[in-house]
Design a protein around this ligand. Structure first.
Ligand code: HEM
Ligand SMILES: *[C@@H]1O[C@H](CO)[C@@H](O)[C@H](O)[C@H]1NC(C)=O
Ligand SMILES: *[C@@H]1O[C@H](CO)[C@@H](O)[C@H](O)[C@H]1NC(C)=O
Ligand SMILES: *[C@@H]1O[C@H](CO)[C@@H](O)[C@H](O)[C@H]1NC(C)=O
Ligand SMILES: *[C@@H]1O[C@H](CO)[C@@H](O)[C@H](O)[C@H]1NC(C)=O
Ligand SMILES: CC(=O)N[C@H]1CO[C@H](CO)[C@@H](O)[C@@H]1O
Ligand SMILES: CC(=O)N[C@H]1CO[C@H](CO)[C@@H](O)[C@@H]1O
Length: 511
């Protein structure tokens, strides 16, 4: 009798049953890969433009805003369905749909985000479990008492970073000026403050470790893979690099935890808080990476954009400066104190209440800077009606909402790309003209958990920066630049550093 190996190596001698088995197997596999569940009848109409067999609407990932805008304009209800791989997505638009998206308790933010932004596995209960763990601990870390505890450190970090800028070498073009790319320098300040608040002081206090881990994080964040989102089971190369880089970051935290366990020397920080809760090492590390995703990107990019907008809008720079100067004057105890010294004496309450114009500048910057879509997944086990249209978000399907629909709507925000924090003054209140008319801090059931912290960071950075420096846009050598920076590409999936670097030249503020 032939051995199994011999049989397998000579297909011409295979019995018919083996062929049947093989072909059935292949067919099953093909069907599994290619089959897409049909949309229920009451789902919004399928927008097929740009749909690829099996893969789905890849354009949603490469040109999101264009895809979304066209789909809305071609859809009878303004809502439309499409596929990403097997996943069914419902693109929503209009006020009713916005309400359903932001107010429904049956839609999960964490599961939508995991599967559509990073290609995580389809959620199971452990995932839900982690997201509760994540939010609970983040909320604890972002409590006011922790800001009070860390205030001197955070204000000190910001001040030192500005003093380092002051000590930088002069620019090539003009020795009176120095040059910085705020998307690097101020982004790093945000990273340090984030590390202090939701990470580990060992990292926040070690410039080399800060630099190293930020670079790991940025690589980790950059290596994404559309393929992985379409086929969650596929070991896409981009995804493997991402995992590799993420693992290196995880190892840094692992080492810190090991050291603390071994020496018994506790830290006084967020990492220690998690260890003391008895959280497992995997959960701690996943938390740390998640907290960086939530806390770093939007804050870091807006910290830079606010200064760029101020450099382009001298009347707003003057108003913000007046606000900061007035606070300095109120808190000055001695003639000899520098403004930076005075700022270092402010309390958390002062920081939170005395800089309303910085808040509005941030609000305006976010509106202009936040492209992409928000995601939810229907985890309710029921179809979710979209307002009174009779259309539904089917069970297990995803919903997407595109904030530009309101943020760049001329009827709400005239001349929408213009930086104008005055839009939010009470007498104009353009953000209140529609329900869920401003989405920059989330809305409805999922407001941003980090808003107070982000506003505090922005107050530190902007106050020290405008009080210490005169600044304007320049090129990398320090030549004055009168050209407007290229506006944020709406097709981006999230806030990103500008592809064409933007530089500020600065010098100590004229007395
Ligand atoms: C300028 C900075 C920031 C901006 C513009 C921003 C914006 C947002 C937005 C728009 C959402 C809602 C997303 C959605 O509806 O799908 C959100 C949610 C969230 N943000 Fe922020 N955020 C910022 C800073 C932070 C920081 C510093 C943290 C934490 C350290 C943070 C933690 C979170 C978390 C955990 C959620 C999810 C809340 C939930 O699951 O219900 N954010 N943020
Ligand atoms: C999307 O569906 C909702 C559901 O009723 C509807 O109110 C909204 O107007 C639709 N969008 C557009 C742009 O028609
Ligand atoms: C998840 O749930 C299980 C069992 O319910 C529990 O033992 C575990 O600690 C939870 N994990 C987290 C991160 O909350
Ligand atoms: C910018 O500065 C560099 C260095 O001083 C100089 O060589 C160059 O000509 C300047 N470019 C412009 C456009 O002024
Ligand atoms: C991260 O991924 C990129 C791909 O370079 C790779 O070159 C780099 O070495 C990886 N390691 C990290 C993660 O630094
Ligand atoms: C799925 C996804 O987000 N892919 C993006 C990964 O990053 C590159 C470059 O930053 C983008 O071009 C891809 O669209
Ligand atoms: C409203 C809705 O979409 N309900 C569905 C949500 O997802 C679950 C499970 O995936 C389905 O069973 C529901 O019908």
């Amino acid at each position: 009798m032939a051995t199994v190996a011999e049989t397998l190596l000579s297909p011409q001698s295979w019995p018919a049953s083996l062929w049947v088995l093989l072909l059935t197997g292949l067919a099953t596999l093909a069907v599994q890969v290619c089959w897409r569940p049909a949309l229920p009848k009451n789902a919004p109409k399928w927008w097929k433009e740009g749909d690829w067999p099996v893969l789905g609407a890849l354009r949603f990932y490469s040109q999101r805003a264009d895809f979304y805008r066209e789909a809305i304009s071609h859809s009878p209800s303004g809502n439309f369905s499409f596929y990403v791989g097997k996943k069914q997505l419902i693109g929503l638009s209009g006020p009713e749909a916005r309400k359903a998206f932001f107010d429904s308790r049956d839609l999960s933010l964490s599961e939508g985000f995991a599967e559509l932004s990073t290609g995580g596995p389809a959620a199971d209960r452990t995932m839900d479990n982690f997201s509760a763990f994540f939010n609970r601990n983040l909320i604890a870390m972002l409590k006011k008492e922790n800001f009070v505890k860390n205030l001197d450190l955070m204000a000190g970090d910001t001040r030192k970073a500005c003093e380092a800028l002051a000590a930088a070498p002069p620019s090539k073009a003009d020795p009176a000026w120095k040059v910085t790319n705020p998307f690097d320098s101020l982004y790093q300040v945000v990273y340090q403050l984030t590390m202090r608040t939701v990470g580990a002081n060992d990292i926040a206090e070690d410039p080399e470790l800060l630099r190293k881990t930020l670079s790991m994080f940025e690589r980790f964040e950059k290596y994404n893979s559309t393929l992985k989102i379409v086929f969650p089971w596929f070991p896409a190369p981009g995804h493997l690099l991402r995992i590799y880089n993420g693992t290196r970051l995880a190892m840094v935290f692992q080492k810190l935890i090991d050291r603390r366990t071994k020496t018994g020397k506790k830290g006084n920080d967020a990492l220690q808080y998690l260890i003391d809760q008895g959280a497992g090492i995997r959960d701690i590390i996943t938390f740390q990476i998640g907290a960086l995703f939530a806390g770093q990107i939007n804050s870091g990019i807006n910290a830079a954009w606010v200064q760029v907008h101020l450099a382009r809008n001298p009347e707003w720079l003057a108003r913000v400066r007046d606000e900061v100067d007035a606070a300095v004057a109120r808190h000055r105890l001695e003639e000899s104190q520098t403004p930076a010294e005075v700022l270092s004496t402010l309390t958390v309450d002062d920081w939170e209440s005395e800089f309303p114009l910085i808040d509005l500048c941030l609000r305006e910057s976010i509106r202009i800077t936040l492209p992409g879509t928000a995601f939810r997944k229907n985890v309710s086990g029921r179809d979710i009606p979209i307002g009174s249209t009779g259309e539904v978000i089917p069970a297990g399907a995803f919903a997407a909402y595109w904030p530009d629909e309101v943020h760049l709507d001329e009827n709400l925000y005239p001349d929408p790309l213009r930086f104008d924090p005055g839009r939010y003054f009470e007498n104009r209140a353009e953000d209140k003209k529609a329900h869920h008319g401003y989405l920059g801090w989330g809305s409805g059931r999922h407001p941003c958990l980090g808003m107070k912290f982000a506003k505090l960071e922005m107050a530190f950075i902007t106050a020290y920066f405008v009080v210490m420096f005169d600044f304007e846009l320049s090129d990398k050598d320090g030549n004055l630049s009168t050209k407007a920076p290229r506006p944020v590409c709406r097709n981006q999936k999230q806030a990103e550093k500008p592809k064409e670097p933007i530089y500020l030249r600065y010098k100590p503020r004229a007395p």
